[in-house]
Design a protein around this ligand. Structure first.
Ligand code: ACK
Length: 219
């Protein structure tokens, strides 16, 4: 690749400060530990195991994927269409290296991924690419800007982290469709809802405030 092509990163995003990374990881581990033991979860175990009787240890089931971050623009070193325009956007340039406070409003689990939903503020939405939420999921096209914003906390064996945002869009599309899901219980952290096919969402009673730096990652 030419130097020109190499000058774009793998992706842009907000990178959580290390102290808050620990807190988010702990909260997510606690959630997985609790989810594991719920009768309602055991009832739907087949979504995770393919077999009704088999047990699953969710803490082992998912594998962590590096520094906790919320991707804004995936550039793939410039191979992704529009990534150069994104990098040259004055708002992106001005915010580069600045601190933000992300609001983590929910945790979600599917047979593929575990992640945190990030609810972006108006100021943060300025850094969100216009087309990021449109991908893949039918119905996702009509979701509000920034719907895909998330932090990948773990992926099942053989699953790539790009899946986390798609799983979130899927759940939000169901919600928007008027599918309320099945309210399972009020947990200490918030209310837990089941959306079928192994999709669980815990809406946090108190969103987690996560300080993060807007920057890029070259890998
Ligand atoms: O967990 P993530 O948001 O999902 O963070 C990683 C990061 O880029 C490095 O792989 C995300 N990612 C990978 N491929 C894509 C894609 N095609 N569209 C959007 N985000 C992507 C991945």
């Amino acid at each position: 690749a030419s130097l020109e092509e190499m000058s774009l990163p793998l992706y842009f995003g907000w990178f959580l400060l290390s102290s808050i990374q620990d807190k988010v990881r702990c909260t997510s581990m606690d959630f997985l530990k609790t989810l594991d033991t719920l009768e309602a979860f055991k009832k739907h175990l087949i979504d995770f195991t393919g077999k009704a009787e088999k047990e699953v240890d969710l803490e082992q089931y998912f594998h962590a994927k590096g520094t906790l971050h919320c991707t804004t623009e995936f550039c793939d070193f410039g191979k992704v269409k529009g990534s150069k325009e994104y990098a040259n956007n004055p708002a992106v340039k001005e915010s580069y290296g600045s601190a933000f406070e992300l609001s983590l409003s929910a945790l979600f689990v599917t047979p593929r991924t575990v992640g945190a939903r990030v609810s972006l503020s108006e100021e943060q939405l300025v850094l969100w690419p216009a087309d990021a939420d449109k991908e893949a999921e039918e119905g996702a096209a009509s979701l509000p800007l920034g719907s895909r914003a998330h932090i990948t906390l773990g992926c099942a064996e053989g699953v790539a982290p790009v899946q986390t945002g798609l799983d979130l869009l899927q759940i939000l599309a169901l919600q928007q469709d008027g599918q309320q899901g099945e309210l399972i219980e009020e947990m200490e952290l918030g209310s837990l809802t089941y959306y079928g096919e192994g999709r669980w969402l815990l809406a946090l009673r108190e969103p987690i405030c996560a300080p993060a730096i807007f920057s890029d990652f070259y890998g």
